[in-house]
Design a protein around this ligand. Sequence first.
Ligand code: ATP
Ligand code: MG
Length: 757
Amino acid sequence: MDYLAGLNPSQRSAVEQIKGPVMIVAGAGSGKTRVITYRVAHLIRQGVDPFNILVLTFTNKAAKEMRERIMNVVGSEAKNIWMGTFHSVFSRILRVEAELIGYPKNFTIYDTDDTKSLIRAIIKEMNLDDKLYNANHVYGRISSAKNNLISPQEYNKNEAIMAEDIANGRGQLGQIYMTYAQRCYRAGAMDFDDLLFKTNVLLNKHPEVLHKYQHQFKYLMVDEYQDTNFSQYLIVKRLAAVNENICVVGDDAQSIYAFRGANIQNILNFQKDYPEVQVFKLEQNYRSTKMIVNAANSVIEKNQNQLEKNVFSENEDGEKIKVTRAFSDNEEGKTVAEAITQERSLKGLKYKDFAILYRTNAQSRAMEEALRKLNVPYKLYGGTSFYQRKEIKDLIAYFRLTFNPNDEEALKRVINYPRRGIGDTSLEKILVAADKQQYRLWDVVANAQTFLDGRSATAVGNFGLMIQSFQAVARTGSAFDTAMHIAQHSGILKDLYEDKSVEGLSRYENIQELLNGIKEFSEREDIEEKGLDIFMQDIALLTNDDKDKDPNADTVSLMTIHSSKGLEFPVVFIVGLEENLFPSQLSLNSRSELEEERRLFYVAVTRAEKKLHLSYATSRYRWGTLNNCEPSRFLDELNPACLELDFQPRSVSTGMDAGFQSERIAWKQKETDSYSKPKPKVVKTTSILPKAHVPSEGFAPSDTAGLQVGMQVEHERFGFGKVVNLEGNKPDIKATIFFKELGQKQLLLKFAKLRIV
Ligand code: ATP
Ligand code: MG
């Protein structure tokens, strides 16, 4: 059978053009990813060695799926293709080459928590105001510097950057970046951005290494090219410089990571970088019905910044897009869950044919509750993942120390857990000694008697001996044996076993699950290297979207729109279509940010194959406060002919468009009403809160375990207040707090960002 039969003529020409630079910029669902998949299979059929092919995908899951498809055409040789995300591919290369740039082969990968914890520690040491130097913000600055390949030295020398920081009252950012980089180096650790930054350093400083990989990767392919940042762009450019067999595919209309430094210019510049480039156009959408493609086109045409594209579908017309209005987020959840049960039985679908997409992770709660009530099985992508749980991170910190005893964040985490009499003061002394005298942390721990006295010297010394004993086991033992040994001898298993509370039990089970996972890993047949160090590298790089244990399980998928990129589902629900939520409140400052939100909406709409549902709630709890909500402007932007409302517009109107407008008017009226009452029960967050205080998506709930009535607290946005009442059971405890500025408010503790003062 012709293995290229499943391609249309333009796709086929792109696949067969294997020499020289190739670019495909095309709309959603037009087969870009399919072209890459077939192209790899074609290369191998043409006799190219799979080891010479490098394919960069956006998620590990996408890479896995692609590999499986290629395997169907070319067989097990497909195992040897270099394929994965930028982070996973280049961390693998760094494992081999790290020593050339002064890092140990077993360098640790610091995750976001480690990074922030280190940044916080530095801010504290420098006696800076941690509100002004908010760890998230500082992390963002450092990350963006790295993604633009600005080293700490360059940062501090760059007058424009320094002037900007000083103007913002954050003149010490450069120094924080410098110290942060030194600490990571001392700890033998790289953060996520370093994996790309240091790859650039490596390729830049070591021409022989660059040369080696240029010859290794004779064929390069990059999916979702519109979302690569400068650092990624440059790696690709360098590697492709000799053979210039590079094929990139992307869609400028789906660029949704500008906030992380992705630069759409990469697409536009490709032609300048490679004047010889062959450009292929794909215009036919094979994924969605005509209705969905029309709706998607009607939205994206509102963006001013975009390349001309004509996307059409020859699939069936399809059903209209259903728009549902709910009174609250809970009711929205209920209608979604009911629609899923109904449509599943009516149309004979499976649960896995459905996806629920939302703008922010916090929206999953209402959906999950509603699905559970109707016994609908679901899988949540994102959110607090298994590997972020405390007990899992504790055990992994021991693994990390075993392979890299200089890992400062891991050391801080477990040097006194389980308790072994090493107090904060001793830890402080260890860190100060390392810092002042530029010792490696491990040298201080291993020579505890020199730096500490009495009992704590003995305790730290014993801790060092324990880690050394783990290292000895790791040298010969399998991943599983080593992990088991460490779980037992570190005291973690015993500590959790002795905790007979429900939480303790579940933590114990989680550790068992981790150990089971390691057992499975060490028995896998499709990989060569099965050490515990490799397992750790894998899990450090798993994005939330990849923790998909059983892709065939019949479950509804719940995820943010960002994670849905590249995926497709027969039936899609986009929920929470409300102003200030989607488009996000943070995006309303500028046209470019609003356009990015619109592209995000375009991505969401184009995930649907057969049927799309849109919904919004007229009131919703956000950050613990009940708010009125206005329907999203994106609803107005959709071609009204594609829509079917499941409710009567509030006032008589002639068309659908007017339907939402009347909703808006009704909403505005309500807002005025609520303000005319003396004590509004329902307020709109935006109108009372200064913009700067709106928490970002990734905000962490507070640690309020010991909160009691009468305590003084500080809320991130509401300021100081006093707890007057606590009610409900964990994790749904509601606190009534009297705030000095704003009066009484009721907050759900799990969401409220509170601090006991
Ligand atoms: P996105 O922009 O969302 O990443 P894409 O351009 O990568 O989309 P694909 O995911 O490759 O598009 O393809 C969309 C769907 O259309 C897939 O199910 C794919 O198998 C199917 N498809 C693509 N081309 C063809 C074709 N020539 N014949 C049949 N089906 C096709
Ligand atoms: Mg794709």
